[in-house]
Design a protein around this ligand. Sequence first.
Ligand code: ADP
Ligand code: MG
Length: 340
Amino acid sequence: MTIRQLPDTLINQIAAGEVVERPASVVKELVENALDAGAKRIDIDLEDGGIRLIRIRDDGGGIAPEELPLAVSRHATSKIASIDDLEAVATLGFRGEALPSVASVSRFRLVSRRPDADHGAELRIEGGRHGEVVPQAHPPGTTVEVRDLFFNVPARRKFLRAERTELGHIEDWLRTLALARPDVEIRVSHNGKPSRRWKGEGNLLSEVRLHEALGEEFVRNALRVDHAGAGMRLHGWIAQPAYNRASADQQYLYVNGRSVRDRNVAHAVRQAYSDVLFHGRHPAYVLFLELDPRGVDVNVHPAKHEVRFRESRLVHDFVYRTLHAALADTRAGAAPAPAY
Ligand code: ADP
Ligand code: MG
């Protein structure tokens, strides 16, 4: 056996295996980049459930022409520069992996213009082969175009599902991202037709968006939660026990603005509901947990779906106590009337 250094394109394709599972993961990464760039409006065009085309345009801070090649290089990021930054990371991205990964498994085009620049510039990559940076007209902001996802990775392409299914996954992710950022307008079109519009509310606590995302019944049954303590803050909405679900399909948890799955917190929520919810039913909630970024490690998984809390016991107790108290009234109502 001979040991050899793998070429960059192959390294990126291997990394893509972790970050890019399907069109929805591309949409997630690109929308997160737009949000990190300070976008207030994001336009998403999809074709064939994102398999044929994902095009995302934002009005954020843009990328300078000379930095376009860097943006699509592995481990190149503007978001952290040191281990200290990593420990206190406040952006959604920080690994510098998404663009090179996506570019290595698609026909990829990046066009961007900084607000203070006269014109924009474009860089195309096909199956990892870089073109030249050329001038291109573009309003301030960035467009990323991803065509024919996995066209050069047949094993991956095989796992893509029907258009409807892939579109459903994309919509799930957009709902998750949109719930956390009602101040940003997001418009989606599919196969040339407008399919979804998240109107910008300019308000980080928008019940309008809550309504759009989870429906009227959730909102009618929602209890507003906002509690600070132990160096943390938990806010958002939890459904009264009367509104419950057959599955955990309406459980949204954000840690410092990032949507995550966390067993520890999910357990704390379940426990808070344990005496007011029928066995086998699931609570519905949209909860934002804010804490010192140094108390939470976000670098656990390439796709960043999980975090690790430094003091998970403390987090558990805080969430449990906050929600248990928030549900106190429903508990009092449910209890039998005292006999006197
Ligand atoms: P990360 O988000 O982890 O930094 P990415 O590969 O997703 O890595 O992006 C690489 C870099 O490209 C980012 O750090 C950012 O500087 C730049 N970039 C990507 N997308 C955008 C965008 N929509 N607007 C402005 N800059 C962007
Ligand atoms: Mg990113």
